[in-house]
Ligand binder design. Structure first.
Ligand SMILES: [Zn+2]
Length: 830
């Protein structure tokens, strides 16, 4: 599973979807060891026959579930079945049935079998039931909205702007809302599903579509069959009016289910999938194990994406227009992530949520692997570094990666299991080497295929391949928490001709990390590599060098998960940029130089970095320029102008245009004007804002012209900004009308910031009142479960920010009006 971006603008869906129960003072969970679910009975095969009631958002189901006692004989069976109406339960005896006694508490079925069955002796129970996903109660408390399992989207077609769809979301334990099962990740079952749907819709499920049969009542029954075992949480059904675009991998069907209007662009969004399948097959040494691979998009999806076996579900945010894609495919990493789960998660499954690292750390790391393979090492390192920052910024250094104590099972889907776990794999790969790393992945996958595993299974595979004892690594990183903070001090002793590196572990607490690290000593372009072990609170290393080295580069491969402080000089960083040369070597140098922009040598380095071979670093350098400094301004102007005109990478071009706009120089007006017609919304939007600073009349005319054409994203907000600045408020009223008309949704939440920015620029009291009222109405309509997280965002950044701007502009009655909409606690300071 991949959650939505944790950026504030992505928070709403994940909050809505994953709304946590209100935090209570109950901390008993801290003492409750989360053991792996006991296997009394094992699932063998699941056959379902389902029909949907769109009016009531119900599903009529018949299930034939084949099981066998795991080892010990038993005469009873407990199944998870959440919020269902149970009509009948019977033992299947050849062609006949024998009714069984059961007790049902709305959550689990406790069934008395007709006799005792011994280990491995298969039997089949039949259950006739109705699934009522909107009526499920969590153990007698309020209805749930975060784990309905089965979702009816716009089922009665009342919302004209949204298609009618059905999709399911099983992880963690919500599949049992729509079929009775043992809803635990250490169970696996083959399956067959007969889905009866209105004939106008297409369906998707796991495995292969075996047949379709038209019924007399205008419905159609699709028969899907999955003949390899997988976990219940990976079951999937999707129903709707989709365009289905087909590719293939080695003769297996690869398909993309998107909203009809995205049919023509589906291959631009998902088309790298066959190449990804080939890549992941090659590096794991396990050719894609399933019969097909489909990806489907779902409206109002409660998460980012989910790796259902052979049938990945993506949020509809995956759908991008051809113009949006010009700025880069924002969903490509997620496509890789879910695909890699088909091996790590689906083929071999974490046996418990405590061991979710076996799924999520790999899926997360696949994003680095894919970028490295497809776009080069800089791109992979960029992904790796970004993910590391995601962990470091998450304030979760107290959580173990494998976590046997947690409050809610959803809690383990966090920056530790994803981002930190991915970095732990990255360091492991560096330590054992590429060929051992991938060989060990292959051994882990082939040894545990169609089964579940725990983190120790992974250790055993790595030990088997490398011949090394790796308990220290697993104990430190998998069964421990935190990361090292390193203070690295370099010096040179002329007398002894030795370079010295002192490494001080400054993280709080008693834990001392053991780290195998490469140290590179540079004399000119010449590099000598030393392999050292950091293992004490303070370690000192000496390296022979006839003269003071130009650079000593600790962690020469830049692979450590760490926060570090170093006493390197600007000259050393310049050397590092030129000769050490990995993505992070260069990034660190740019970052350091950006803090020294009074030094001509630093400016020279930034100027070089503006032409870095990797677009991510060009963009990074552009953003770091201090254009208030006249010397910097002069030095970089020609380079910026060149990037603004010629850079092939759209985000770089867009940033360069934005910075060039800060010169407010009329000589660039024609450059900006030309860029207005760029297919990238970001380039065009930044160009419009830059143009308005040098020629507001032309900018306004262009804004009016562009407002009638296709526009979105940065271009749309630039058009609004320019028109508002001119006093033309027609567009603002259009934007507000659209906002007011939207239902409570992620899309609406996403609009907040641009609405706020628009309102902060308007001097029209009526307009501001209308806009603020709309924001406040939205704020107050958000459900209680997530209000405590959305209110601070809306009141803080939006409303308070607006008050400040209004006061600066002398618009005090506007400021007072906004103030009156804030809760008492937020009024302080105004
Ligand atoms: Zn995932």
């Amino acid at each position: 599973m991949k959650k939505r971006s944790l950026l504030i603008l992505g928070i709403f869906a994940s909050l809505l979807g994953m709304a946590q129960p209100a935090t209570t003072a109950d901390t008993t969970w801290k003492k409750a060891f989360r053991e792996t679910s006991t296997r009394i009975n094992d699932l063998v095969h699941t056959k379902l026959d389902v029909k949907f009631d769109y009016d009531r958002s119900w599903m009529y189901g018949k299930a034939w579930i084949t099981l066998q006692p795991h080892f010990y004989k038993t005469d009873s069976l407990t199944l998870d079945a959440k919020g269902m109406e149970i009509k009948k339960i019977a033992m299947v005896k050849g062609a006949s049935m024998k009714e069984l006694k059961y007790v049902y508490d709305g959550w689990q079925l406790h069934i008395d079998l007709d006799r005792s069955y011994k280990g491995g002796e298969a039997y089949t129970v039949f259950i006739d039931y109705i699934s009522k996903p909107n009526e499920v109660k969590v153990k007698g408390s309020a209805a749930i909205n975060d784990a309905k399992g089965l979702y009816f989207i716009n089922p009665k077609g009342e919302d004209k702007n949204k298609p009618t769809q059905i999709w399911t979301q099983g992880e963690t334990e919500a599949s049992s809302v729509w079929f009775p099962t043992i809803d635990k990740p250490n169970q696996k079952t083959t399956d067959e599903i007969y889905m009866t749907v209105p004939a106008k819709y297409v369906t998707l499920s796991n495995g292969k579509l075996m047949s379709q049969k038209k019924n007399a009542d205008g419905t159609r029954t699709d028969y899907w069959k999955m003949d390899l075992p997988h976990a219940p949480y990976l079951f999937f059904m999707g129903v709707g009016d989709f365009a289905v675009v087909k590719d293939s991998y080695k003769g297996k069907e690869v398909s993309y289910y998107v909203d009809k209007e995205y049919g023509p662009v589906a291959r631009k969004i998902f088309g790298l999938t066959p190449e990804m399948i080939a890549f992941f097959s090659r590096i794991t040494g396990v050719d894609y194990p399933w019969v097909k691979y489909a990806q489907i998009t779902g409206h109002d999806y409660v998460s980012g994406a989910m790796e259902n076996t052979t049938a990945t579900l993506h949020s509809d945010a995956a759908q991008q227009t051809a113009r949006e894609l010009v700025d880069g495919n924002r969903w490509e990493s997620t496509i890789a992530h879910e695909l890699f789960h088909q091996w790590f998660g689906d083929y071999v499954t974490a046996e418990s949520w405590s061991n979710i690292t076996l799924n999520e750390s790999f899926a997360n790391y696949s994003e680095t692997l894919w970028n490295e393979y497809k776009y080069g090492k800089d791109s992979g390192d960029d992904q790796n570094f970004g993910d590391m920052q995601g962990y470091l910024g998450s304030n979760s250094s107290k959580k173990d990666l494998v976590r046997f104590y947690y409050n809610d099972k959803e809690d383990v889907f966090d920056a530790v299991s994803y981002n930190k776990g991915g970095r732990i794999l990255h360091m492991l790969r560096n330590y054992v080497g590429d060929s051992a790393f991938f060989k060990a992945l292959n051994l882990y996958l082939t040894t545990n295929k169609f089964k579940s595993g725990e983190a120790q299974n992974l250790r055993l595979a790595f030990e088997d391949v490398t011949g090394r004892d790796l308990n220290w690594y697993w104990n430190q990183w998998y069964y421990g928490s935190g990361h090292p903070n390193l203070d690295i001090n370099y010096s040179y002793d002329e007398a002894t001709k030795k370079a010295r590196v002192i490494v001080n572990q400054t993280q709080s607490g008693d834990k001392v990390f053991k780290l195998p690290v490469a140290v590179d000593v540079y004399n000119g372009a010449n590099k000598t590599r030393y392999q050292v072990w950091v293992k004490n609170k303070i370690d000192t290393f000496y390296f022979n060098s006839e003269r003071k080295p130009d650079l000593v580069n600790f962690d020469g491969d830049k692979m450590l998960l760490t926060v570090k402080k170093e006493n390197k000089t600007l000259d050393e960083y310049i050397h590092q940029y030129k000769f050490a040369g990995s993505y992070l070597d260069r990034r660190e140098a740019i970052d350091f130089a950006s803090k020294k922009q009074d030094d001509p040598k630093a400016v020279e380095l930034l100027k070089t970095a503006l032409k870095d071979k990797y677009e991510g670093l060009r963009n990074f350098a552009i953003g770091k320029l201090d254009l208030k400094k006249e010397t910097v301004r002069k030095a970089v102007e020609p380079v910026l102008a060149d990037l603004a005109k010629n850079d092939k990478n759209r985000p770089v071009k867009a940033s360069a245009i934005q910075r060039l706009g800060e010169y407010e120089s009329p000589e660039y007006a024609s450059l900006f004007k030309m860029a207005l017609n760029d297919s990238s919304y970001t380039v065009a939007g930044n160009a419009l804002e830059a143009l308005s600073a040098v020629d507001s009349l032309t900018a306004l005319n262009e804004a009016k012209r562009l407002s009638k054409l296709e526009n979105d994203g940065d271009l749309a907000s630039a058009i609004t900004t320019v028109m508002l600045a001119s006093g033309d408020e027609s567009i603002a009223n259009d934007v507000l009308a659209r906002f007011e008309g939207m239902a409570l949704s992620q899309e609406k939440f996403n609009m907040l910031q641009s609405i706020g920015s628009m309102l902060s620029k308007s001097s029209n009291m009526d307009l501001v009142k209308r806009g603020v009222d709309a924001i406040v109405e939205f704020r107050d309509a958000i459900p209680d479960g997530i209000k405590n997280q959305t209110d601070p965002f809306i009141n803080g950044i939006l409303l308070k920010g607006m008050i400040t701007k209004k006061k600066q502009a002398g618009l005090n009655d506007q400021a007072d009006y906004i103030l009156s909409k804030l809760p008492e606690a937020d009024k302080k300071g105004f």
